[in-house]
Design a protein around this ligand. Structure first.
Ligand code: ATP
Ligand code: MG
Length: 349
């Protein structure tokens, strides 16, 4: 009862700062993928109410879809809204466990085997518990690029999904009933890409209608997953979620979110020396053209912001040109030139 009883409900579902409910915060952080909250949050709610079934993880999700559309971001958004920070994720990059012998790093070598003492299993109870927080006892476990996992890792995972228990190399048991498992994959992404950018002469996705395109992508993803994974495995997944390509409005919103984040970072880091950052619509348009595409979604946006916002900004901060409390207005001039104007209170007088 004390572990995940309903008395934890409020602390699980309210942020300390401004009392936003978890769902609103999650949807603020994850843009343009409405199905994701709808499919994941009910499991979080069941967990908080103490109604998650026993003997299995609190939720198992397979996230499919084109690159840069928010699969990994969803898991981070959940960690942020649930625990207050995206550091509260135990992330396993399956690309590092493509060979059976590498899987020992996850569960530890059996006694008597070489490396038994040195290998601290990555999936120990302590590590899983360490990503929960005082706000919620739900741990988030992420397997990125699950299609790359070695067959022995898939067997281990199947056992986990089935019983919510993991047996380590030293025979200790790890309980994953208070864990939500996310697996991301690019399975079917190539085919989805072709669907999104049809060769000349075929109907463009816009013409097909958004809903039709979405369900087409979903069936491509699901078919690819069914080809790759066994029926037992697929049966133990609570929801397979197909991510949709982001439209212009969503990409714009993502840019605004990231600029917002920079402002908060400036406020937190510079304290009294902080300033207000403003980016003109012209520069925003440029950032979107450079940093987003149908092919890579919003994947390159961060790098673009780094190059065209943060780096020029660092220059003027370091030369002491920004008086505290000024308005720093960033604009685009002559192609790719960034123009920074600094407005102070004095100049208004
Ligand atoms: N729907 C979204 N809402 C908010 N931010 C997003 C969204 N999609 C992408 N982003 C931004 O783009 C970056 C890349 O997205 P993310 O890592 O989630 O892609 P992905 O779908 O996991 O792609 P991949 O298949 O390549 O791993 C994120 O860090 C985030 O800043
Ligand atoms: Mg990802």
């Amino acid at each position: 009862m004390a572990t995940y009883g309903s008395q934890n409900y409020n602390s699980n579902f309210r942020r300390n700062m401004n009392d936003l409910p978890l769902a609103a915060e999650f949807e603020r952080l994850l843009v343009g993928q409405p199905g994701v909250a709808r499919q994941i949050l009910p499991y979080v709610e069941m967990f908080a109410a103490g109604l998650s079934p026993e003997g299995r993880p609190a939720g198992v999700f397979l996230l499919l879809g084109p690159t840069g559309t928010g699969k990994t971001r969803s898991v981070e958004a959940l960690a942020e809204s649930l625990h207050g920070s995206n550091r509260h994720i135990l992330r396993i990059d399956c690309g590092e466990y493509q060979m059976d012998h590498e899987v020992a790093k996850l569960v530890g070598a059996p006694p008597g085997y070489l490396g038994h003492r040195e290998t601290q299993p990555l999936l120990s109870q302590a590590r899983i518990n360490s990503v929960a927080s005082e706000r919620s006892t739900l741990s988030i476990l992420l397997f990125d690029e699950i299609e790359k996992a070695a067959p022995s890792m898939m067997r281990i995972l199947l056992g986990v999904l089935d019983r919510g228990i993991l047996r380590l190399g030293d025979n200790n048991l790890v309980n994953l009933e208070r864990t939500m498992i996310f697996m991301t994959s690019n399975l079917g992404a190539d085919k989805m890409q072709k669907e999104l950018t049809p060769t000349l002469g075929f109907a463009a996705p816009v013409a097909q209608g958004k809903a039709a395109a979405a369900s087409r992508l979903e069936s491509i993803g699901l078919a690819a997953a069914k080809r790759k994974f066994s029926p037992e495995f697929m049966n133990r997944i609570d929801a397979t979620i197909a991510y949709q390509p982001l439209d212009d409005k969503a990409l714009h919103q993502i840019l605004d979110l990231q600029l917002d984040r920079i402002q908060r970072h400036v406020d937190a880091r510079l304290g009294a020396r902080s300033f207000e950052l403003e980016v003109t619509p012209k520069l925003k348009k440029f950032l979107l053209e450079k940093g987003t595409s149908l092919e890579y979604g919003a994947r390159e946006l961060k790098r673009t912001i780094q190059r065209f916002i943060l780096q020029p900004l660092a220059g003027v901060i370091n030369t002491g040109q920004i008086p505290p409390g000024s308005l720093v207005d960033m604009d685009l001039k002559n192609g790719e030139k960034i123009l920074i104007r600094i407005h102070t209170d004095d100049e208004d007088n």
